[in-house]
Write a protein that binds this ligand. Structure first.
Ligand SMILES: [Zn+2]
Length: 264
């Protein structure tokens, strides 16, 4: 039995209840709803870049008898393995969960396995809630450096998360460096939106609507932030209202107004 567990057992019933509700409040603050996780201690350490990190030490354990490999009921508990998990920032503070995961050993096939949890994928260091925070900010078309500062992680981690962990097919799509936005009257006298490569005039998008919401959603849902950040210029008609939201889609682009533009 761990020393923290021994100390916990010596407390009176009311103090135990108070501490458990305090632990639950801290866990729910980070959206950790896994009932198999319990807090051992909370401390503060200094990181290599001299910033404070709030350290939440916790344990993850439960009973499992059947082996994931051979399916036989021959698993026994066999120590713990430490995982260091980055949590979302709160008020600019950095938080890390040092999670002791229960290890299991199979007496039949001799495989070992760790307890799993919904708060983080296997072999990942960023919690699901932190990843969610990164993706939410990316959808707002914020630059990676800004997202990194808000989330307390490096810009390269932000880019890696967006590019490799999303696994969306659109992440592979390429956008031309120079785009044209245009509109034309299509069927039933409705105005459609047309986007093409400003150099080759190859069509990039054709939408049977030209509302701001539809256009923004189309590009955000079909292209990764990395791809959209590469777009250098967007040529628009001088009467178009696109200028007001182009930066939301292509944050690094320059808007060029050309009243003689031809997109077809
Ligand atoms: Zn086994």
């Amino acid at each position: 039995m761990s020393s923290s567990m021994l100390r916990f057992n010596r407390l009176t019933k009311s103090k135990r209840a108070f501490m458990m509700s305090l632990d639950n409040s801290i866990l729910s603050l980070f959206e950790i709803t896994d009932a198999n996780i319990s807090i051992d201690s909370i401390s503060r350490i200094k990181s290599t870049d001299n910033r404070h990190i709030h350290l939440i030490s916790a344990s993850l354990t439960y009973n499992r008898s059947r082996c994931l490999h051979c399916r036989l009921p021959t698993l026994i508990k066999n120590g713990y393995r430490l995982s260091k998990i980055r949590l979302p920032t709160i008020n600019g503070g950095r938080y890390q969960l040092n999670l002791r995961r229960q290890r299991f050993y199979c007496k039949s096939c001799h495989h070992t396995q760790s307890a799993t949890t919904t708060i983080v994928s296997n072999n990942q260091t960023f919690s699901r809630s932190l990843r969610h925070m990164v993706f939410q900010l990316a959808r707002e078309s914020l630059p990676a450096t800004t997202i990194a500062k808000i989330c307390g992680i490096s810009p390269s981690s932000v880019l890696r998360l967006i590019e490799k962990e999303v696994h969306l097919p659109h992440a592979l799509k390429e956008l031309p460096l120079h785009l044209c936005f245009d509109e034309f009257r299509s069927t039933d006298h409705l105005m459609s939106f047309n986007c093409c490569d400003a150099i080759s005039h190859r069509r990039v998008a054709l939408l049977h609507t030209r509302t701001k919401k539809e256009i923004i959603n189309h590009f955000i849902n079909h292209y990764s932030l990395i791809q959209r950040q590469k777009v250098a210029t967007v040529v628009i008609d001088m009467n178009a209202e696109y200028a007001s939201f182009i930066k939301q889609i292509f944050p690094n682009s320059e808007i060029i107004i050309d009243r003689f533009m031809l997109c077809n």
